[in-house]
Structure formats: structure tokens, C-alpha cells
Design a binder for this molecule. Structure first.
Ligand SMILES: [Zn+2]
Length: 382
């Protein structure tokens, strides 16, 4: 039992923080959802489907074969030996429980899958516990991180902005894969990462570094199907905007459509969700399989395979705007049904200017959240 559940005052403090977290949920859900007490584990399931770890409808027979990649990574884990510290072992056990990895018999293989899942969650939380609203908020409104979620930066304005956002998102994926390759070639195995245990908080664990980076690449690939509108050929017609929308300074003609909570969903019984989930899973499998060929050794063929995997994810149809319903995209109506609102309660209120400078309101909000977090931590230590 955690000390958090002992007394009514601590419980009410936790309730306050959770209420704040839920009220601020749009800032936490800037993607296909990741699993939290308030959201479905979409990214995790799409990845595990691509890896064939989950049964249909999460997996499908015609996906690219990820066995060569998994075999390589598993061999690296076996050669290095599994980390023996308590936190790292608890991390794999926790993750296996949460996502049903118990049927993977080889513990080295399980550690590889765990590292990929840690990576696919990473861009949304950085491994921080979801009650750490200040850390999360800073991450989520950082222009430098929007590409990790296939979102526009606040400078990606107008039609040129769509092109720039698409290029930026593709680069974000390529950078992650480059980093994985680089770590792989220098022989990296288990490296220090952050993992958040439910109701406990985040701790340092050791996870297979190249696999974590590949999981992060998969996250950006998957977000390209939640943060864009596409036409019937699945070409991107526009890219959504999170940062201007939550800061209440968006103008659609300039900044694009606001991020949509509706598009973050992954209900396998909903046709629209299924379409996007299947596309995201196929793309995840293709990109990871291509990355696997890269790890196996440098070759022009591996580079071409990777480019072929990324092309459909970031295929752009230019010249679409709100005037023509974004070239008649069927994704527009659902996107409009769940647009992300500016964060409205005072605890999350902030409105930096368009130049990105922080206002006292933002700082006050962050200080308050920091103070709440510290009180909670003190309460936990008692
Ligand atoms: Zn994301």
C-alpha cells in the first residue's frame, strides 16, 4: 500500500492533483492516447500489434516482418546480460503486467519489447509521472518537440507551414532512427532511462537504448495519423496545431486547425478509428522493419527501404484549405467534433505571446504546480 492512500487529507491532495491532471488532459493527450488512468494505451497497442505481440484486431498478418529486428535486439540484450537492479527488473515486470507481455517466454525478448514500449510512450511523458504537470506542460508546448508528435510548430504558418510541419515530422523520425543506429553501431545495450510506476512516480531504470529510440520513432510515425487530416488516398492535406490552440492564440487560416481529441482515440469498433489505427500500425511495422535492415549493416538498399517506408507516412497533397474542406477530407468532420480547447482552469492558465515569451501567468501556473507536486512528494515521504 502506498502512503498516499492512508489519510483523508492526503487523499484530498491527491484528488486535487488528479482533478488538475484531468482538467489539463488535453495537454497530456497530445497524440494517439498513451495509457494513463484517464486514457487508453493506443500507442502501446498499435506498437504491440505491429510487433505481433497482441492478437488481432491490434495485429494483422500482412504487416512487414519485424522478426529480424527483434532477433538482432534480443541478441544484443542476451550478450549484455539483463540489468540486475530492482528498478529495472520491476520496470519490465510492471510493463509486462500492464500490456500483457507475460506470454513472451524469453526474458531477453521481453526486455526488448519493454524498451520499445518505453520509447513509444516517451515523447508524451518523457518518462515522467502524469501528475508532474509542470514537466509535462513545458514539454508539450515546446516548439522544438512538436515534430516528435507530427504537429505544427507555432512558426509553421499558412500553406508553407503545412509543408514545413510535414518535413519537420519526417526529420524527427529520421533523427530517432539515426540515433538508434548510431547507438547500435557503438555497441550500446542497456542505458539509463526514466520509467513511471503508477501511484509511485518516475525512477531511473536501464533499458535497451537503441530499442527505446526506435520506439520514439514509432511514436512520431503513429502521431502522423492523429495530427493530420488526410484524403482518401491517405495523403496529408493539413497538419494540426496543438501549441497555439492550447495557448488560445490560434487563427485557422494562419495556424491551421487545432489539435483534435477525437483523433487521438483508438476504438477498434469504430470504423474511422480502425482506418487510422490500421494505417498507423502498418506504417510502424514498415518503418521499424526498415530500421532493422539498417541495424543489420549499412547498405544503399536499407536506405531505400527506409525512404519507401516513410514516403506514404508523410505524403503531402498541397493546395488544400478550409475553403475546400481540406480537399474534401472525410477526416475534417470528426476532427471538428473534438477540437482541443484552450486550457481553461486557472491552474493551467497561461498565454505566452506569439513570440513564445513566457508571461507571469505561465510562470505562476508552473510555480503553483511545482509547489503542489512538492507537497505531494513530502506527503509521500512521511
Ligand atoms: Zn505524441
Amino acid at each position: 500500500m502506498t502512503t498516499l492512500s492512508r489519510g483523508p487529507s492526503r487523499r484530498s491532495r491527491l484528488a486535487l492533483l488528479l482533478a488538475a491532471a484531468l482538467a489539463c488532459t488535453p495537454t497530456l493527450a497530445s497524440a494517439f492516447h498513451i495509457g494513463t488512468p484517464a486514457s487508453e494505451p493506443c500507442h502501446e497497442r498499435i506498437l504491440l500489434g505491429a510487433l505481433d505481440v497482441l492478437p488481432p484486431p491490434w495485429s494483422a498478418a500482412d504487416d512487414a516482418d519485424l522478426e529480424p529486428l527483434l532477433a538482432l535486439l534480443t541478441e544484443r540484450a542476451r550478450d549484455a546480460g539483463l540489468p540486475g537492479d530492482d528498478a529495472s527488473r520491476a520496470f519490465v515486470a510492471d510493463l509486462s503486467r500492464r500490456y500483457g507481455l507475460g506470454h513472451i517466454e524469453d526474458p531477453h525478448r521481453r526486455a526488448v519489447v519493454a524498451a520499445l514500449v518505453l520509447g513509444v510512450r516517451g515523447p508524451d511523458t518523457g518518462g515522467f509521472a502524469i501528475v508532474k504537470l509542470n514537466e509535462l506542460r513545458v514539454r508539450h508546448i515546446d516548439d522544438g518537440r512538436q515534430g516528435n508528435h507530427a504537429l505544427r510548430r507555432s512558426t509553421d504558418d499558412g500553406t508553407d507551414g503545412v509543408r514545413a510541419a510535414v518535413a519537420n515530422a519526417r526529420e524527427a523520425v529520421e533523427r530517432r532512427i539515426d540515433e538508434a543506429t548510431e547507438r547500435w553501431r557503438r555497441g550500446e545495450a542497456f542505458a539509463r532511462e526514466r520509467w513511471s510506476f503508477a501511484l509511485y512516480g518516475d525512477v531511473a531504470v536501464r533499458a535497451l537504448g537503441p530499442a527505446v529510440r526506435l520506439g520514439e520513432a514509432a511514436h512520431a510515425v503513429q502521431d502522423a495519423y492523429t495530427h493530420t487530416l488526410r484524403d482518401d488516398d491517405l495523403r496529408v492535406v493539413t497538419v494540426l496545431n496543438f501549441v497555439d490552440a492550447v495557448l488560445d492564440r490560434d487563427r485557422e487560416s494562419r495556424d491551421g486547425l487545432p489539435h483534435s481529441d477525437r483523433l487521438d482515440r483508438c476504438d477498434p469498433n469504430d470504423d474511422f478509428d480502425r482506418l487510422r489505427m490500421d494505417a498507423a500500425r502498418r506504417a510502424t511495422a514498415a518503418v521499424l522493419a526498415a530500421a532493422g535492415r539498417r541495424l543489420a549493416g549499412p547498405s544503399p538498399d536499407a536506405e531505400a527501404t527506409l525512404a519507401r517506408a516513410l514516403d506514404p507516412v508523410f505524403a503531402l497533397r498541397t493546395g488544400c484549405s478550409r475553403d475546400d474542406g481540406y480537399c474534401g477530407s472525410a477526416w475534417l468532420k470528426p476532427a471538428l467534433s473534438g477540437q482541443t480547447e484552450p486550457i481553461s482552469i486557472w491552474i493551467c492558465a497561461a498565454s505566452p505571446g506569439r513570440d513564445g515569451g513566457d508571461t507571469p501567468a505561465l510562470l505562476a501556473g508552473l510555480l503553483l504546480l511545482g509547489a503542489l507536486g512538492r507537497r505531494l512528494q513530502r506527503a509521500r515521504r512521511r
